[in-house]
Design a protein around this ligand. Structure first.
Ligand SMILES: Nc1nc2c(ncn2[C@@H]2O[C@H](COP(=O)(O)OP(=O)(O)OP(=O)(O)O)[C@@H](O)[C@H]2O)c(=O)[nH]1
Length: 340
């Protein structure tokens, strides 16, 4: 979403009045019968100012799509980041101002035309006064949209037709390393609410199937039980998106988390994403070498009969993951409303 620069009320009015003056000055140089000239100049001034301000409001309104028509992921994203209700309220206010200015333009255009030219300047002043009052009334809405612009600028571009894999696992288990291995190129980095590092999106083409892999540092790498409501909402947004979760264990425990706590994190994630299949990976096998020799890993490995053992850093086992991707089915979400 590319929201254009949001002006302050003063900037908006200055621009409108400046352009009104320019148009009025131009009118002054035209050959017009004397008794009409004053009226024509003031009418032009008022109408031009109104139009310039309306154009700017319209360009802002047009840049924001109908929020209800956006995919649920974006609605959640906007809600978590800036608040959907506040967004609607601000856009509603701009729409209101647009309507009022349209009325002022008509009303004062007609008043200036129909009355003697001596009164033209006084009507023009009245019109400007009312214009300023309308624009000043939407100050907080313009402020809000400026805040929204900054916060939504780096919204992730998600392909809703692609099969989507969401990576989970504690910090330092090798999520970014794996994402790079899988997607080959540098992943797109976009903002994501309440993660400091930003969401990372990598893309893989497998047999003409487009797969996007998403890593959300700061979200799926910590206990769900510690999350606040806003973070839980972000989880819901991910739930709307994921066709498969890729859960990464650091089998070497060099990430600083024991396999036991990693396993607990997995259990929580399984609860939240109960409808979504999970692929289990044990990473850093270059350090562990042989699972059979490592008593501490066994109980965890035995939990899964289809776990994949990899070393993300040297690309070991990556092809097994890619093969597994071929079996992933896109979850059909016919009506997004079903989720609520
Ligand atoms: N020995 C070994 N080290 C690895 C492997 N995969 C990742 N690492 C190292 O583990 C550390 C963490 O890897 P990252 O890919 O940054 O881990 P992450 O899970 O993305 O971490 P956050 O970004 O903090 O969530 C880095 O120093 C990697 O080089 C592996 O297969 N073997």
């Amino acid at each position: 979403m590319m929201i254009p620069t949001i002006p302050t009320p003063d900037e908006l009015l200055d621009k409108g009045f400046r352009r009104g003056k320019k148009a009025a000055d131009l009118m002054r140089t035209q050959k017009i019968p004397k008794h009409l000239k004053g009226k024509k100049i003031e009418e032009t001034r008022v109408v031009t100012s109104c139009q310039v301000i309306k154009d700017k409001l319209k360009s802002i309104l047009d840049s924001v799509p109908e929020i209800e028509e956006l995919p649920m992921f974006y609605q959640d994203y906007i809600d978590i980041t800036v608040g959907v209700d506040d967004m609607k309220q601000a856009l509603g206010a701009l729409n209101w101002a647009y309507g009022i200015i349209t009325q002022l333009e008509k009303e004062y255009g007609a008043k200036i035309r129909k009355n003697p030219s001596e009164r033209a300047t006084s009507f023009q002043k009245q019109a400007y006064g009312r214009l300023a009052s309308v624009v000043n009334k939407i100050k907080k809405d313009l402020d809000f949209l400026d805040f929204a612009k900054a916060n939504l600028r780096n919204m992730p571009t998600i392909d809703f037709d692609a099969t989507t894999i969401v990576i989970a696992g504690f910090p330092n288990v090798g999520k970014s390393t794996l994402l790079k291995q899988l997607s080959g190129a540098d992943p797109q980095v976009a903002n994501y609410p309440f993660t400091t590092k930003g969401i990372q999106i990598g893309h893989v083409e497998r047999h003409w199937k487009h797969i996007q892999i998403i890593d959300t540092p700061g979200l799926l790498d910590r206990p769900v039980l510690e999350m606040n409501d806003i973070e839980l909402n972000a989880m819901v947004a991910l739930e709307h998106l994921a066709d498969t979760i890729l859960f990464i264990f650091d089998a070497s425990e060099t990430c600083g988390f024991s396999l036991e706590s990693q396993y607990n994190l997995l259990k929580q994630i399984e609860q939240v994403f109960s409808e979504i299949p999970i692929i289990y990976l044990f990473n850093k096998m270059d350090i562990v070498k042989d699972v059979e020799d490592q008593e501490y890993i066994k109980p965890y490995v035995d939990e899964f009969d289809d776990a994949i053992f990899i070393s993300a850093i040297d690309g070991e086992g990556i092809e097994k993951i890619s093969k597994k991707f071929d079996t992933i089915k896109k979850i059909e979400r016919e009506s997004e409303d079903d989720f609520y």
